[in-house]
Design a protein around this ligand. Structure first.
Ligand code: 13P
Ligand code: ZN
Length: 274
């Protein structure tokens, strides 16, 4: 079978572009941030011999529900700014093996590296999102500056945090009517933070890791990116106005008008019922 050059694959190009953009926006200093993108077998088989496993890498947890699924995933310790110039070192394509606890490496991590240390949070979040949205394909983690700053000065209650973000820009309630979920500080790279993130991902596509960063999920790279961008924009407005006397705001009444006009259902328990 004639196979095309993997470096010309749209999903590799898309990963190069999105990581470059995230770096440009200051969301991913050094090796900060990671992305996992679910691919179909057909997509991968058009470029790679899927029977040729380069290495087997333990995942450290049971990803059983994802057995046989393919992902392109950023490498641990790798810099988003470098993905474009050397995708084969900074990215990898893996398939979850039948034991659920091993990943078959089919391409990438050329320097002997492996997938992000946040693989548990990514794969557990994929399982959670797929259970509520079978079209979800992307989980993205990054360190957006203002969102991170906001977690130092704003209460971490999920409802309060969501309400503040909704007030910071008119489009917020339309883009994330389900709100953002907030986790307290936890040790990153562990199965525990993965489980906590995935639990929150059942009801929302954005999960804030206090004092660390943000997780966003979506059907496409663009959708997850747009979600992170909108949350970060709102946090930026918050940080620009925090400490200043606020004389105007978007009221709950206006938020309800917006939700009705755009036919979205806001997370319950946040807007005042009057
Ligand atoms: P990795 O380099 O392992 O992807 O970790 C970066 C990060 O953001 C940890 O939360
Ligand atoms: Zn991080």
């Amino acid at each position: 079978m004639e196979r095309k050059d993997i470096l010309s694959a749209p999903f590799v190009k898309a990963m190069e572009d999105i990581t470059a953009n995230m770096y440009r926006l200051g969301w991913d200093e050094r090796n900060g941030g990671n992305i996992s993108y679910l691919l179909s077998e057909e997509e991968v088989a058009a470029y790679l011999d899927i029977t040729r496993v380069i290495r087997k890498i333990p995942t450290g947890f049971d990803a059983g529900p994802l057995t046989g699924k393919y992902f392109i995933v950023t490498g641990t310790g790798k810099y988003f700014k470098n993905v474009k110039e050397d995708p084969e070192t900074n990215l990898g394509i893996i398939r979850i093996a039948s034991d659920g606890t091993t990943a078959d490496l089919l391409w990438g991590y050329r320097d002997g590296g492996k997938f992000t240390s946040e693989l548990p949070a990514h794969l557990m979040s994929h399982i959670a999102r797929l259970s509520v949205d079978p079209e979800n394909r992307v989980v993205m983690h990054c360190h957006p500056t203002n969102l991170l700053a906001m977690t130092y000065v704003h209460p971490l209650d999920t409802c309060e945090f969501t309400h503040t973000l909704w007030q910071m820009s008119t489009e917020c309630i339309v883009v994330f009517p389900e709100g953002v979920e907030v986790l307290p500080w936890m040790l990153c790279g562990t199965n525990e933070i993965g489980e906590a993130t995935a639990e929150k991902m059942k009801s929302a596509r954005s999960v804030v890791w206090a004092l660390h960063g943000l997780y966003g999920a979506g059907k496409t790279l663009d959708e997850a990116f747009g979600l992170v961008e909108t949350v970060e924009k709102a946090a930026t407005i918050y940080m620009l106005t925090a400490g200043l006397k606020r004389v105007n705001t978007i009221t709950d009444e206006q938020l309800k008008i917006l939700a009705a006009a755009f036919k979205v259902t806001p997370k319950a328990g946040i807007l005042k019922t009057k």
